[in-house]
Design a protein around this ligand. Sequence first.
Ligand SMILES: C[S@@+](CC[C@H](N)C(=O)[O-])C[C@H]1O[C@@H](n2cnc3c(N)ncnc32)[C@H](O)[C@@H]1O
Length: 199
Amino acid sequence: MTEILLHRVLPIAKRLISERVQLGETVVDATAGNGNDTLFLAELVGDNGTVFAFDIQQQALDTTKQHVGSLADRVSLILDSHANVQQYVSDEIGGAMFNLGYLPYSDDQSIITRPSSTIAALDALLGLLKKSGIITITVYDGHEGGSEERDALLDYVKTLHQGDVHAVRYELLNQRRNPPFLIALEKMKDFTQVRKVDT
Ligand SMILES: C[S@@+](CC[C@H](N)C(=O)[O-])C[C@H]1O[C@@H](n2cnc3c(N)ncnc32)[C@H](O)[C@@H]1O
């Protein structure tokens, strides 16, 4: 059978990250949740790499720790907002992943990612990202607060100077029940602070 090319959002996010992250690099999982992306990143960076995995819920970090199992020595779990990433990460990073919204299977699904911290984290991570590195953001807008975050994020992304960052959106148009869509950012040149344009 022919292999699928137009995958759903999560496999595409992983494919983009895999294209650019090298063994031994430092990467960031900005929303650890149940640890699926943390495990993927830990496998990708290998023995000498480091994954900084952020979450504001201890429950999420506990699950992530279990999920990464024997690869835990490559993972630094941080109980803090990704908005404070610069307090923990000073090395250049090879890539970063965001998976927005609430913690799946949690009793309290009112704890969600918020536009101001998501955007603050993106600004900081773009500064830390290597040239040609990729940041993926999987956006869910079906929950309460999701559409506000989606709109703020799309507004923010449009302000990124095209000479500094290429920003794309990928989505499946014929899926039911509010499927996520993907925003991917590629850093086009070296900078510590991304330039913004008026929209
Ligand atoms: C959709 S889940 C992430 C799923 C995860 N990638 C996985 O593989 O299971 C979103 C997570 O973001 C976390 N979160 C919300 N606000 C955050 C913030 N400011 N900084 C870091 N994590 C945050 C939530 O606690 C939740 O666990």
